[in-house]
Design a protein. Structure first.
Ligand SMILES: [Zn+2]
Length: 303
């Protein structure tokens, strides 16, 4: 049997799920099409790249993260830094009571490893996964996986998705936009957000002296914003140590700005004192849209 080309397979998947999307220009419906891309009823076209992703940005973005950062993240990922985290997130999702196929949106999916791995561990229900990131470099790398997932370059503040189209929004160590989250979530949908705890990669931050001029990292602000915007159903702390060998070390240092939303630091030189293990201290927070609409305004991008 002839192997179906990646781009053809991606076209089939986008066609099957065209009704999830809305045009980022006119907010119109996306149509089923024989062409390679997503086309709205008003004639706005978004091409499907050869690798099988769609760029739905309406203008160019100055993204500070380059391919090298995403490749470093992939190396660290493959070494298993996030293995126990993914296992716990999949456990949390498998316990949610959805009785039919779910749409799972990873907002800020970066180079896609997290979503690809997670989907393989969701066993309790069929899943339609979609990864979105504003970085074309990230999505380009994500689409290099052979898994049949949908990948889009898109703006978090203007998700190219229909209202009430998503069952689960995954938001891992990445900014949130609760206004958009509320809009695209179905009535019984949930947000699964992963945020750092106080000790997350503390050894690395000490080494890079990120905390030298100010207090230790605190997630209080992030949790406060979260509480203002979501009905928190559960918080699952995840804490473990991860061994770092010398070949992984440069990748870990390289990906650090990505994890902390910092601008790329210039000094990546590594001294003799290598770190042998790092602390992974994270919280998985499950939240739903509050019933009343009388709360604070749910706008803006929040970490
Ligand atoms: Zn349009």
């Amino acid at each position: 049997m002839a192997k179906i080309k990646k781009r053809d397979r991606a076209r089939n998947i986008f066609n099957m799920n065209h009704d999830l999307f809305r045009c980022p220009v006119c907010k119109g419906q996306m149509m089923r099409t024989d062409a390679y891309g997503l086309n709205c009823s008003a004639g706005h076209n978004f091409d499907l790249a050869r690798k099988g992703y769609v760029n739905l940005l309406t203008r160019g973005q100055n993204c500070v993260y380059d391919t090298e950062l995403f490749q470093a993240r992939r190396q660290v990922f493959r070494a298993g830094l996030f293995g126990p985290l993914i296992a716990k997130v999949s456990e949390v999702i498998n316990e949610l009571s959805f009785d039919k196929r779910i749409t799972l949106l990873d907002v800020g999916c970066g180079e896609g490893s997290f979503l690809c791995s997670l989907v393989k561990q969701i066993t309790q229900m069929p899943v339609t996964p979609l990864g979105i990131d504003i970085s074309k470099e990230g999505i380009n790398l994500a689409a290099s996986y052979n898994d049949p997932l949908m990948w889009c370059v898109a703006d978090l503040a203007q998700l190219p998705l229909q209202d009430a189209s998503i069952d689960i929004i995954l938001n891992v160590l990445s900014p949130a936009n609760y206004g958009e989250f509320h809009r695209v979530l179905k009535a019984r949908g949930v947000v699964v957000k992963v945020i750092p705890g106080q000790h997350y990669l503390g050894e690395l931050r000490d080494f890079l002296r990120y905390d030298q001029d100010h207090d230790r990292y605190s997630n209080e602000e992030v949790i406060k914003h979260l509480e203002e915007n979501l009905e928190i159903q559960a918080i699952h702390p995840v804490h473990y140590r991860f061994m770092v060998n010398s070949s992984l070390w440069p990748h870990l240092v390289r990906m650090t700005p990505l994890m902390w939303n910092k601008s790329i630091h210039e000094d990546l030189s590594v001294s003799d004192k290598e770190i042998k293990q790092v602390t992974v201290d994270l919280n998985i927070i499950v939240g739903s849209v509050p019933d009343s609409s009388g709360g604070p305004s749910r706008k803006g991008i929040i970490n």
